[in-house]
Design a protein around this ligand. Structure first.
Ligand code: GDP
Ligand code: MG
Ligand code: K
Length: 295
């Protein structure tokens, strides 16, 4: 009997939610970086094999809201909690359980679905530590399974898939077998550019950027897509940092973004990248909507 269902992934920022999704699906869909809150929207990712279809909701990391964007992200998390059959919480805690994890456990403990705790990044820690943490988390009596994995090194991910399958009920294929994500290409393209910008900027312009795709058009009779996009930042000083000396930084961002977008679209890409100042974009509802943060 074919099985299917919905799985929500939840956890503090940077524990490896997007990495796990990418390892499972084998494609670069959720954008990863070493900065928290890279994943702003809920992204639906679909895993299909001969036995089952698992629809994952990758949620933004849970944190205390500081502005409208932060509040929106927490709303997304609450919405995701209502749609699922299995709930996966990820942690990368190897010393002791912190307030961030306690907050999440408190939030999910009365949710009516199977709950799996993943202790991620075991490649960085010794086995005894993983076992000790599993026992600590076990004391909450909240989780049906506790599994140590390395999302990055693909350790334990297969057994995780098998445990999820065990909990799914017989059901239909909600999406075609080759379907990977419900995010429109434009959104993924914007996320790739944002990921590269964060990579190049390190901590110089933290979180205060967004990417707007102004135009994305395929040229007639040619395997070429023209993309015009802007990086939005909050201050004049940020704009010159993003552009860099003699435009070096923006060129670097554009070049590595273009390479990834070409892989994603399977065609050549002509990417024109601009930098715009848009003060307080994070508190501007209209702008948030037009950037796609309302879906
Ligand atoms: P998210 O914010 O929860 O989606 O976290 P990401 O998937 O973006 O990962 C945050 C950082 O942790 C990235 O630098 C990843 O490469 C790193 N990371 C994720 N999983 C692992 C893992 O299993 N082992 C190690 N060593 N690093 C990992
Ligand atoms: Mg993420
Ligand atoms: K991240």
């Amino acid at each position: 009997m074919f099985k299917s269902g919905f799985v929500t992934i939840i956890g503090r920022p940077n524990v490896g939610k997007s990495t796990l999704m990418n390892t499972m699906i084998g494609e670069k869909i959720s954008i990863m970086s070493d900065k928290p809150q890279t994943t702003r929207n809920k992204i639906r990712t679909v895993y299909t094999d001969e036995e089952a279809q698992i629809v994952f909701l990758d949620t933004p990391g849970i944190h205390k809201p500081k502005n409208q964007l932060g509040e929106f992200m927490n709303t997304e998390v609450d919405a995701a909690l209502e749609e699922m059959d299995v709930l996966i919480m990820i942690t990368d805690e190897f010393n002791k359980i912190g307030p961030g994890d306690e907050f999440i456990i408190e939030k999910i403990k009365n949710v009516n679905s199977k709950k799996i705790l993943i202790i991620n990044k075991v490649d960085m820690f010794d086995q005894a530590g993983a076992i000790r943490m599993a026992q600590e988390f076990g004391k909450y009596n909240v989780f049906d399974d506790i599994i140590p994995i390395s999302a990055l090194k693909n350790l334990g991910v297969d057994s995780l898939v098998n445990i999820i399958k065990k909990y799914l009920k017989p059901g239909p294929m909600y999406f075609p077998g080759d379907f990977i994500t419900d995010r429109p290409e434009r959104f993924v393209v914007a996320e790739i550019i944002r990921e590269k910008a964060l990579m190049y900027l390190q901590d110089e312009v933290p979180h205060g950027i967004a990417v707007e795709i102004e135009e994305m058009k395929e040229r007639k009779n040619r395997n070429l897509v023209d993309i015009r996009a802007s990086i939005l930042c909050e201050k004049k000083s940020h704009k010159s940092i993003i552009i860099g000396k003699e435009g070096r930084k923006i060129k670097g961002i554009g070049k590595s973004a273009r390479e990834d977008i070409e892989k994603l679209l399977g065609s050549q890409v002509n990417l024109q990248l601009f930098v715009k100042i848009s003060e307080n974009w994070r508190d501007n509802n209209y702008l948030l909507k037009s950037l796609g943060y309302d879906q």
